[in-house]
Design a protein around this ligand. Structure first.
Ligand code: C5P
Length: 292
C-alpha cells in the first residue's frame, strides 16, 4: 500500500507591507515583514502511476491548471523528470483570496511534501526557484518562521521569532468578500503616496519588535495596500478602527485584504474582541483567534 503524506498548510499575516515602486515587469518592488499564523488547511499527497489527480472539499476552487496546488505539482514533477504522478486532496478550512496567503501556503507545502515523497531530489535553491515562479508569497512557506521579504516578495530572509509577540492573541476577521490582488496593486497608480514608500520600514519594525514591547512597536505597523483597498471597501477601516478602539494593541489589513487582524495581550482578549465584533457587525464572515 502506498504512503499518504498528510501535511498541515498554515497561513500568514503581513505585520508590515511597504510598496516601494513599480517594476518594469509590471510587478511591484516591496519590503514586508511576514509572520506565520498557526491556522491550517490540510493536504494529503500520495504517489500514483501517472497524472495529477486533485480533489478539494471547497467547490469554489477550480481543480485544473489555474489551481496553485496543481501548478506546484506539475512544476515539481517536470523538474524531477518524474514518470509517475500524484493524488492530492486539499481540505480547505481557510478563506480564499483573503490576504492571508493560504493558497500560497498550499502551493509551498505541495512542493515540500512532494520533495519528501520523492526522497528529497531537489535542494532548497531549486525549490525556492519553483516557488517564486508560482507566486510572490510561495517561497515564504518553504520555511516555518517569521521573515523579511524583498523584491516581489519572493526573496526571503528568515528571522528569529519575536519574544514581544510570544503569548499575544491574534484575531483574524474576513468580512466575507475577496479582494483581487492584481486589482489592488493596479490601483496604486491612483495613490502615489502608497506606491512609493520610504525604504527601511520593515527592518525598523523588526528591530523594534526585537528590542521592545509590542506596545512600543505598535505605531510602526503599516500596509500600503490599505489605501486603495479601503477606498473601495469603506467597511474595512471601520473594522480596523473598531478593533483599536476596543482593546487591540495593533490592528491592520493583511496583504491585499480583505482580512483585518488584531493583536491583543492574550488569546482570551482576542476571543472577547471577536465576540464584541460579531455583536456589533453581525455574524456574517469568517473569524478565528489563535495564540502566537
Ligand atoms: O505573485 P503573485 O502571483 O501572488 O501576484 C499576484 C498579482 O499581484 C501579480 O500578478 C501582480 O499583479 C500583483 N503583484 C505585484 N507586485 C508584487 C506582488 C504581486 O504587482 N510584488
Amino acid at each position: 500500500m502506498s504512503v499518504v503524506l498528510k501535511l498541515a498548510s498554515a497561513c500568514k499575516v503581513n505585520l508590515l507591507l511597504n510598496i516601494l515602486g513599480r517594476r518594469d515587469d509590471g510587478f511591484h518592488e516591496l519590503e514586508t515583514l511576514i509572520h506565520p499564523v498557526p491556522m491550517y488547511d490540510e493536504l494529503h499527497l500520495e504517489r500514483i502511476g501517472d497524472g495529477i489527480n486533485l480533489s478539494c472539499n471547497d467547490t469554489r476552487l477550480a481543480l485544473d491548471e489555474t489551481n496553485l496546488v496543481f501548478r506546484a505539482a506539475k512544476a515539481f514533477l517536470k523538474e524531477v523528470k518524474s514518470t509517475e504522478g500524484v493524488r492530492i486532496h486539499l481540505q480547505k478550512n481557510l478563506p480564499i483570496a483573503a490576504g492571508i496567503g493560504a493558497g500560497s501556503a498550499n502551493a509551498g507545502m505541495t512542493l515540500r511534501g512532494l520533495n519528501e515523497l520523492w526522497g528529497q531530489p531537489l535542494p532548497d535553491e531549486s525549490l525556492h526557484k519553483l516557488a517564486g515562479v508560482l507566486g510572490s508569497d510561495v517561497p515564504f512557506f518553504l520555511q516555518d518562521g517569521p521573515a523579511l521579504a524583498f523584491h516581489r516578495g519572493e526573496k526571503i530572509d528568515p528571522i528569529d521569532p519575536f519574544p514581544a509577540l510570544q503569548g499575544t492573541g491574534l484575531l483574524l476577521i474576513n468580512p466575507g468578500f475577496g479582494v483581487s490582488t492584481p486589482w489592488a496593486y493596479r490601483q496604486l497608480g491612483e495613490h502615489p503616496v502608497a506606491l512609493k514608500g520610504e525604504p527601511g520600514r520593515a527592518q525598523a519594525l523588526a528591530g523594534a519588535l526585537r528590542k521592545g514591547t509590542l506596545t512600543d512597536a505598535s505605531n510602526l505597523f503599516y500596509n500600503s495596500l490599505e489605501i486603495p483597498v479601503f477606498a473601495k471597501h469603506p467597511v474595512l477601516p471601520v473594522i480596523r478602527d473598531y478593533f483599536k478602539e476596543n482593546g487591540a494593541i495593533v490592528s491592520l489589513m493583511s496583504g491585499s485584504g480583505a482580512t483585518i487582524f488584531a493583536l491583543t495581550s492574550s488569546r482570551s482578549d482576542a476571543e472577547k474582541l471577536r465576540e464584541k465584533y460579531h455583536g456589533r457587525f453581525g455574524e456574517a464572515g469568517w473569524s478565528r483567534t489563535v495564540l502566537l
